[in-house]
Ligand binder design. Structure first.
Ligand SMILES: CC(C)(COP(=O)(O)OP(=O)(O)OC[C@H]1O[C@@H](n2cnc3c(N)ncnc32)[C@H](O)[C@@H]1OP(=O)(O)O)[C@@H](O)C(=O)NCCC(=O)NCCS
Length: 166
């Protein structure tokens, strides 16, 4: 079942993010990695900034989370994480498809340039990488992330976004 998170889900969301983010350990630049990958304070901050988390639940247990954040005229997909032992079983795809159905705005997604599996995952869903110049412009316009993360990230956009370029 996919549903919007409620206050009781906070700890589970935090634990799913930190479990799944282990995939980055040793892959993304060393100075971008930390333990925990996302602290409770950071997660709280993200929610305060408007990230709405959706969860994938099975038999009362949370397996995956994915956030959406409306910013200006677009929607960002933020913090997509499936528990390590349940990755590659179609759960991320189900969450992504469900969240895409909920908006008719262009969708943008940022991820680490080194997270090749995540880039493949989004490309499989029809998202395309934007140029390096464009990614910098977009990350500065729609995200609030450190310069180093801008440097080491990529942005993928859906067809709707590309068609707004004319
Ligand atoms: C990226 C992620 C959200 C995808 O969700 P998922 O449920 O694992 O993915 P799905 O099963 O729906 O889709 C499978 C596709 O995703 C990619 N993928 C997912 N997990 C993978 C893995 N462990 N190794 C290689 N490719 C993987 C592949 O493209 C795969 O397609 P393929 O089997 O045809 O090669 C999930 O794997 C995850 O949490 N990864 C770690 C954290 C992360 O990278 N988050 C993205 C942040 S933007």
């Amino acid at each position: 079942m996919i549903r919007k998170c409620d206050n009781n889900d906070f700890e589970d969301i935090c634990s799913i993010i930190n479990d799944a983010a282990e995939a980055y350990n040793g892959v993304i630049p060393e100075d971008c990695w930390k333990t925990p990958y996302m602290s409770r304070e950071e997660l709280r901050h993200e929610i305060e900034e408007g990230v709405v988390f959706w969860v994938y639940e099975e038999n009362g247990e949370l397996i995956a989370v994915m956030g959406t954040q409306p910013v200006q005229a677009v929607v960002l997909i933020r913090h997509a994480y499936v528990r390590t032992d349940r990755q590659n079983q179609g759960i991320g795809s189900r969450l992504l498809s469900e969240l895409r159905r909920k908006t008719n705005r262009p969708i943008l997604i940022g991820t680490w340039a080194d997270a090749s599996w995540a880039i493949r995952f989004y490309e499989k869903h029809g998202f395309q990488l934007v140029s390096p110049v464009e990614k910098e412009r977009l990350l500065m316009r729609y995200w609030s992330i450190p310069d180093r993360q801008i440097e080491t990230s990529v942005v993928l956009a859906d067809q709707r976004w590309f068609s707004t370029l004319g």
